[in-house]
Write a new protein. Structure first.
Length: 45
């Protein structure tokens, strides 16, 4: 049981950083999309 937990916890640093960067980029993309959709609504409405 303990061996399985160690494997799960041991994520390579590069992979962990990649996931964090991906989360940040994804968050920024969602914000940009939301801003664009609000601007489009303002222009049409």
């Amino acid at each position: 049981m303990k061996n399985n937990q160690k494997k799960v916890l041991r994520i390579p640093l590069e992979e962990k950083l990649g996931l964090e960067i991906y989360d940040i980029l994804e968050g920024e993309l969602i914000e940009e999309i939301l801003k664009k959709s609000q601007v489009e609504k303002n222009e049409t409405g």
